[in-house]
Design a protein around this ligand. Sequence first.
Ligand code: NAD
Length: 301
Amino acid sequence: MGDARSCRSDCKRIGFIGLGLMGAPMAMNLLKAGQILHCYDLMSDRLTPLQRAGAIIASDIAEIMEITDVTILSLPNLRSVQEVTETMLQNTRAGHVIINTSTVTTSLSKKLDSSCKEKGVTYFDSPVSGGVKGAELGTLTFIVGGDKEQYEQIKPILSYMGRDIFYVGAIGVASIIKLINQLLFFTGVLSVCEAVYLANKADMDKKTVFEVVARGSGNSYALQTRLNDFILADNYEPGCSVNLALKDIELLLAEAANLGIELPGVSMVKKRLLAAKILGISEKEISLIASYFEDVVKQNP
Ligand code: NAD
């Protein structure tokens, strides 16, 4: 159960639900900043290191809602975000603030926002970019949509976990910006994998290729991180898994369907990711596809 640890008049009791690859290091940074943190996750082993670092472990979501003023979510998919938010709203009081850092669609963001409004709860659509490394270093980029005045009050909390914090306007805008970021990144990574495949077949030295194109118009964040940090280093840890990429690609295609448009580049990325899954590398870092490229293309799922 919650503890009676004192909270200064200017401090907020913060709840954190979803302490996975992203949530755990984000929560650690809040603890390092001296915040009083109440954590809940379905998998209790995820909570042990946080408890050791000073977090208070909640036995369920109702307990989080009873004790905290602000709750941060870092959940894996649309269903978990929807279920957790519904449970929170069944146990809430007016005035609570929810900051959802999970990647979701604009339609879910708007739906959750309107359910929150009915209960007098403030909802922020606040996806993040920067990966696990950014979460650990506290250098995440936060893209925030929601009430502008209340945003000023949550900004200090976000600044403990991130470096660049962008307020982008109404609910839903942040979700679409995050998905556009994912479109550019994942199509970029698949292009890097294809380029590496070409370089290998042409018997090129990949390091030379990288040094030259990194100085040319072929340079990109995908090239810098995937070719340099993973492929040339021949080290694929920890990275972004094929499954995680596939989840975001599905969200992009759902968003496109809502808008009545097609995203052919994204559909191609989906085919490559599904093929990688068939080849048994779904839990591996996405740039490993470069090593399997010929087989990935042959799969044609
Ligand atoms: P993860 O699977 O590592 O962690 C999710 C956590 O949520 C797990 O610990 C799981 O047990 C918990 N959980 C699931 N359902 C729950 C429920 N009903 N109640 C309580 N806890 C529950 O996922 P992650 O990689 O940390 O990603 C979290 C979010 O951040 C996702 O929306 C993802 O798209 C986004 N994101 C991830 C990355 C990345 O590089 N991993 C980067 C940017 C954004």
